[in-house]
Design a protein around this ligand. Structure first.
Ligand code: ADQ
Length: 469
């Protein structure tokens, strides 16, 4: 069996976790995917160094070997806080109003991709499969090819791919997208993002897209397809059954004192639609005075990317908005929003999900959204809760039996909350039964198998040295 070399911006190594704060969906999913593989996970440690040396910290834990590097302050500013999180993240989430273009970001991004390639290339053996992750590392495949690597290399994008008409607002967009042609397989979360990519290839690169997923541009051919990521169903099931989850369940149910809990769990990010969610919930409080204090919203939102100014602004807005709504509606023994800026362990989170009768997950745009799937996975089959989900999350294409809402519409959010409260048990069970089927079968293991087999089958391995010279 070939080894698997996974490369992503952050690595879920002990050192990286402490520096990273809230653990994002990518690292949760990859820890699960790597458990069974012989291979290496390479990326940034999350730490700063005076001068980049290419020194790698190697760790072996739970069957996974990680190799991490530290980056210089300028690298972090230009590549991570700059091009990745101030240029590509907003643009790929359809927020060209927030996207910043600075030439130094672009050069920092290329420099760090070169540094990644330079450092990881010597670790890669001829038969290895290489799997590169996410928008931080789009040009890495090309950088590895430039260093003579003939391995099968795949790329998976965890976030949306924007419509061509938005993408062309990025200076040098064509140069960036062309580097993707160095891969053998390109994976997207959903058919929708894949379609946008194919549209760009045909329109801007003059390429051809075949029905079987092969994309041809000049003399390059690449396979592109949708591979929706899922949760680790088995691991999450164990977490739900754990003593920690039960304690968390009891704690939340006790403190709810007979009131229903609406839960939201998100990294504090403008793409998650938290402001719009609070406003939709406020509309519910205004419209339904009679049922108002029979429930409350528990919003868990650990801060992320604190060094990017837009994130400070959204944090301030949310502090103010939750305070205002609480001031306006609270009574001596009830507050409408419990707003918590903290991270929780998986088992604790599983207990909270199970204790919450309703989940309100309303991103304005999301590649997939694992929280929605985790909520479904955590429910009691005999008395499941109701999932209210944004139609603009990738997960909505699979979780069709959620109450799908337009996250920009306060009225739709308010009406969905009312519908969830009134939903008869039989309907809750019917909807949940259909959703859990997708969460169970299309989980992270299925995702990894589908992607890795596509990469294995992309073409026969090319050996750098002929066996019989
Ligand atoms: P994220 O934008 O980070 O991921 P998401 O898919 O919802 O979004 O994953 C978040 C993960 O972090 C979940 O596993 C969740 O449990 C965990 N998490 C969130 N808040 C937490 C808290 N307070 N305490 C503990 N854990 C918390 C990106 C893309 C998504 C895509 C994933 C995976 O933006 O669209 O689904 O990658 O591909």
């Amino acid at each position: 069996m070939s080894r698997l070399i996974v490369i992503s911006n952050r690595v879920s190594a002990p050192k990286a976790q402490s520096a990273a704060g809230a653990q994002g969906g990518l690292s949760v999913a990859l820890s699960a995917a790597l458990k069974e593989y012989r291979g290496i996970w390479f990326g940034w440690s999350g730490e700063k160094t005076e001068e980049f040396t290419g020194h790698m910290d190697l760790h072996r834990e739970g069957g996974v070997t990680t190799a991490t590097i530290d980056l210089e302050e300028q690298d972090i500013d230009e590549y991570y806080n700059g091009y990745a999180n101030r240029t590509l993240w907003p643009l790929f989430h359809y927020r060209i109003d927030l996207a910043e273009y600075d030439r130094s970001f672009g050069s920092g991004y290329e420099r760090v991709n070169e540094r990644f390639a330079e450092t990881v290339a010597p670790l890669i053996e001829p038969d290895d499969l290489v799997w590169v992750h996410d928008y931080h590392l789009i040009p890495l495949g090309q950088q590895l090819r430039d260093r003579g690597l003939k391995n099968r290399i795949g790329f998976f994008l965890h976030i949306p791919w924007p419509p061509s008409r938005l993408l062309v607002s990025l200076p040098y967009h064509e140069r960036l997208v062309r580097t993707l042609l160095a891969y053998d397989v390109i994976g997207f979360q959903t058919e929708e993002w894949l379609e946008s990519f194919c549209h760009y290839v045909e329109r801007e690169l003059g390429g051809r897209v075949d029905k079987d997923g092969m994309i041809h541009v000049g003399d390059r051919s690449v396979y592109a397809a949708a591979y929706p990521i899922g949760v680790d169903y088995k691991e999450f099931g164990e977490a739900v059954e754990s003593a920690t989850a039960r304690e968390a369940f009891e704690r939340l149910r006790k403190s709810a004192a007979g009131r229903r809990t609406i839960i939201g769990v998100d990294r504090l990010d403008y793409s998650k639609g938290l402001e719009e969610r609070f406003l939709g919930y406020r509309r519910f409080l205004e419209k339904h005075g009679e049922s108002r204090d029979h429930l409350f919203l528990l919003q868990i939102a650990p801060p992320s990317r604190g060094e990017v100014a837009t994130y400070e602004v959204i944090r301030e807005h949310l502090d103010e908005l939750s305070g205002r709504i609480n001031g306006e509606f609270a009574s001596v023994d009830w507050v409408p929003i419990r707003y918590v800026n903290q991270s929780y362990g998986r088992a604790e989170l599983a207990g909270f999900y199970r204790a919450a009768e309703i989940a309100l997950i309303t991103p304005l745009r999301d590649g997939m959204n694992l929280v929605a799937k985790e909520y479904v996975a955590a429910q009691d089959p005999d008395d499941p809760g109701v999932l209210i989900l944004s139609r603009f999350a990738g997960a909505a294409l699979q979780l069709k039996d959620a109450l799908l809402v337009n996250p920009y519409s306060k009225d739709e959010i308010s009406d969905a909350i009312m519908k969830a409260i009134r939903m008869p048990k039989a309907e809750r069970i019917r909807r949940w039964t259909s959703m859990i089927e997708s969460v169970r079968t299309e989980d992270v293991v299925a995702w990894r198998h589908a992607f890795v087999s596509a990469l294995e089958n992309a073409r026969p391995p090319v050996r750098s040295e002929p066996e019989h010279a």
